[in-house]
Ligand binder design. Structure first.
Ligand SMILES: [Zn+2]
Length: 390
């Protein structure tokens, strides 16, 4: 089952997707492949892993072994560099018709590896009306080997005409117990650490796994959650913003450096780098320089994405933190995400009002939205910090 292993608590969706992947393999082998669908819609609340599910399915379609999770094809899909996988994530609030038409053209190309062309469209709900109409036409008459994977928080976010042509996959947020169980059984994490990590990650398995296994991730979480109590003046807010943005950049740089290096050297091997070559592109056979440039562009946009994701993950930590404060203020009996920080939570809960806490949650959410709209991170985070000031 490989690539579907991480979709914890999504048994129904996994069984639908595995069956569809098997049908798709039949089509590739020249069979009829009953049950294969060319348009899919992945929905579910934030953290439920709708993009992860779509990516796993893409790997299952492109892997000769149905998504083994460890071959080159799977690996390329999971890191976003597979030549037959087109990943789209609207950078702004809306995705226009021109971009959509270009995307549809690229989607129509024959798969380079002979299996499928997969378009993973995150935030498909951001397509403008005319973009959605263009998309609808593409989905209605898909080229024989093109598969569309649309992702949006809820099915209602898309035009009914698109929705009705897609097969729906509904993801749910896995419970703390389910995530802790996976960490304990699959990653051999001691039960108490597994529970801590699952709770702190609020159902997000990759995040929980990082917290359980990576000391650096735990240290970064601690640094983020120390922010609320540090915001005593304007200067502290500016410093905290700088530090948060810089940490995200460093995290992204570390994550991309290793990926980039191995991809570039792979590509150089493919194009046969000359042994006497000096300089970056010298010695590559014809076509190599172009492919290298393309790879570099892809790596650059991936770095931007990872940077944004890592900043967003930090902001989500803050949302959970203030949600915990609110829960204490209201005496709600919910599981606290940051049970290990009870002292901090309690202090803030006693010295501020629920209204103030709600305003702070709002400020963090607004910051996330602004980053999503490409506002300069330092500016967006700084104004958030000022709103969080105690
Ligand atoms: Zn594979």
């Amino acid at each position: 089952m490989g690539v579907f292993d991480d979709l914890v608590g999504q048994d129904r969706s996994v069984s639908v997707l595995s069956r569809a992947a098997a049908a798709a393999a039949e089509v590739v082998a020249g069979g009829r492949g009953a049950g294969m669908t060319h348009a899919w819609l992945f929905t579910g609340p934030p953290g439920s892993g709708r993009e992860d599910a779509a990516r796993a399915f893409a790997a299952a379609l492109l892997c000769p072994d149905g998504g083994c999770g460890h071959c080159d094809q799977c690996h390329q899909v999971l890191i976003g560099s597979h030549p037959d996988l087109e990943q789209v994530r609207p950078a702004g609030l809306s995705y226009g018709v021109k971009q959509t038409r270009e995307l549809i053209l690229r989607a129509a190309g024959a798969p380079t590896q002979g299996r499928w062309r997969v378009i993973l469209f995150e935030g498909a709900d951001r397509a403008t009306e005319s973009a959605a109409n263009a998309l609808l036409k593409a989905i209605e008459e898909p080229p024989p080997r093109t598969v569309w994977l649309l992702c949006s928080p809820a099915p209602d976010d898309l035009m009914i005409t698109i929705r009705s042509r897609c097969r729906l996959v509904t993801l749910t947020t896995p419970t703390t117990e389910a995530v802790a169980h996976v960490l304990a059984t699959r990653d051999s994490v001691p039960p108490d650490i597994a529970r801590f990590a699952a709770r702190a990650a609020q159902g997000h398995l990759p995040r929980a796994r990082a917290l359980a296994l990576d000391e650096g991730a735990r240290a970064r979480r601690e640094a983020v959650l120390a922010i609320p109590r540090s915001l005593t003046g304007v200067g502290e807010c500016v410093t905290a913003a700088e530090r948060l943005v810089k940490t995200a950049e460093e995290e992204a740089a570390a994550a991309t450096a290793t990926l980039n290096e191995s991809e570039t050297s792979e590509l150089r091997k493919v194009y046969g780098e000359g042994s006497t070559g000096k300089g970056l592109n010298r010695g590559l056979v014809r076509g190599g320089a172009g492919a290298l440039k393309e790879l570099e562009d892809r790596q650059k946009s991936r770095a931007t994405r990872i940077k944004r994701d890592s900043l967003d993950a930090a902001l989500l930590e803050l949302v959970w933190f203030y949600r915990d404060v609110l829960a204490m203020q209201l005496g709600a009996t919910v599981e606290l995400a940051n049970d290990d920080l009870r002292f901090d939570l309690d202090q803030l809960a006693r010295t501020t009002t629920p209204e103030e806490t709600l305003r702070r949650v709002d400020a963090v959410m607004r910051c996330r939205e602004r980053l999503d709209l490409n506002v300069n991170p330092q500016i967006a985070v700084e104004s958030m910090m000022l709103a969080l000031r105690v």
